[in-house]
Write a protein that binds this ligand. Structure first.
Ligand code: SAM
Ligand code: SF4
Length: 358
């Protein structure tokens, strides 16, 4: 069942979707892309209130009974891996560490054949005491969101005074071997943009890979403005004031981040890697390999989708694995060509980032 999330119709535009070939393998869409990278949101709740994501007062949350249970996540992950060709699973949210059953969920995915790569995107609050157990359960890597290393700026961005806990979580993850650690940073003009190079130096000194993500119009406050957002071009310019950036030679291979080697200006020493995810200004939709499941079991073929396909209700009503896989394939077949973010036609989805699963 495809559920409209209130997309306003654009006059004169009516999408015609050709029928999906029933023999097509995997999660193919009508533009020839195949999704192999699954993001599963484990909850819509969060213990931070990042200004670019959630409003200060939080958002209404779904009752626990509406969320995917651990065994349902295990079943959907099995269908994705065994039937639909998914090779990477990333858990996200909301804040995925708020799920007490996270270790069990990861262990179930790690037991699948072929074994998917398993990663977690987290704000790292509470990670210091759980990193070792998550690693033992089968977690391969983590991405931690950290936009600043200054306590006052952290408070301004996240509306919570928890910088120390985040850094403790990163350190514990490194000690547990959840490496390489990627740090996700969103730059906001006049808030933390002037700290970009300092944050990069901090990450390089610890051997972490910093990735700057262009701010996207997925905030619940609808405060995003194309004219004031910090662009990839601006980020490259700022980094180049202190370092030399050399495009990484590794093939990008569908990854959202464009990678650069960071060299010392003084002696050319290779200091590490930085990534820039230019979702808005240098969109990579043509190479997208992602598919998302919301915490309530809805398939979103694109982060910016205006529709979702509910898998949880038919699963609870007894639909078998083949039926679930077919619903999932149909949802992906209808994936839009691109998000159109940099065009005048873009319409912000009704759900914001924490509710979709970033
Ligand atoms: N709570 C976890 C965290 O913050 O890492 C996981 C969920 S969060 C929605 C996933 C990622 O989305 C984070 O790296 C966050 O920085 C990013 N994000 C949230 N809102 C965004 C926005 N409006 N534009 C760009 N990235 C955003
Ligand atoms: Fe929470 Fe992550 Fe959104 Fe920040 S970006 S409010 S940590 S879900």
């Amino acid at each position: 069942m495809s559920v409209s999330l209130g997309m306003p119709m654009i006059p004169g535009v009516r999408a015609q979707t050709p029928p999906r070939p029933t023999t097509a393998p995997g999660l193919l869409d009508k533009y020839g892309r195949v999704a192999t990278d699954l993001r599963i949101s484990l909850t819509d709740r969060c213990n931070l209130r990042c200004t670019y994501c959630m409003p200060a007062e939080g958002l209404p949350t779904q009752p626990a009974s509406s969320l995917l249970q651990a065994h349902e996540i295990g079943r959907l992950a099995r269908i994705a891996v065994e039937e639909l060709g998914v090779r990477q699973i990333r858990f996200t949210g909301g804040e995925p560490l708020l799920r007490k059953d996270l270790v069990d969920i990861i262990a179930a995915c790690a037991a699948l054949e072929p074994r998917p790569e398993i990663s977690l995107t987290t704000n790292a609050i509470g990670l210091s005491s759980r990193a070792a157990a998550l690693k033992a359960a089968g977690l391969d890597r983590i991405n931690v969101s950290l936009d600043t290393v200054h306590a006052d700026t952290f408070l301004a961005v996240t509306r919570r005074p928890f910088l120390d806990r985040v850094i403790a979580g990163i350190d514990a993850s490194a000690a547990a071997g959840l490496t390489p650690i990627k740090i996700n940073a969103v730059l906001l003009r006049d808030v933390n943009d002037f700290q970009a190079v300092e944050l990069l130096t901090w990450a390089l000194q610890r051997g972490h890979q910093l990735r700057f993500i262009e701010q996207m119009p997925l905030d619940a406050d609808h405060a995003w403005e194309r004219g004031t957002m910090i662009t990839a071009e601006e980020i490259r310019g700022r980094i180049s004031e202190l370092y030399t950036l050399v495009p990484d030679e590794e093939p990008r291979d569908g990854a959202p981040a464009e990678l650069f080697r960071v060299l010392s200006r003084e002696n050319g020493t290779d200091l590490g890697t930085v990534g820039i995810i230019a979702s808005v200004t240098e969109a990579f939709c043509a190479d997208c390999r992602r598919v998302r499941l919301t915490a309530e079991g809805g398939v979103r073929s694109c982060l910016f989708s205006h529709t979702e396909t509910d898998l949880l209700t038919p699963m609870r009503e007894g639909l078998d694995d083949r039926g679930v896989a077919d619903l999932w394939r149909d949802a992906m077949w209808a994936k839009p060509k691109g998000h159109g973010l940099d065009t005048g036609l873009f319409v912000q989805p009704a759900r914001s980032m924490s509710a979709i699963g970033g």
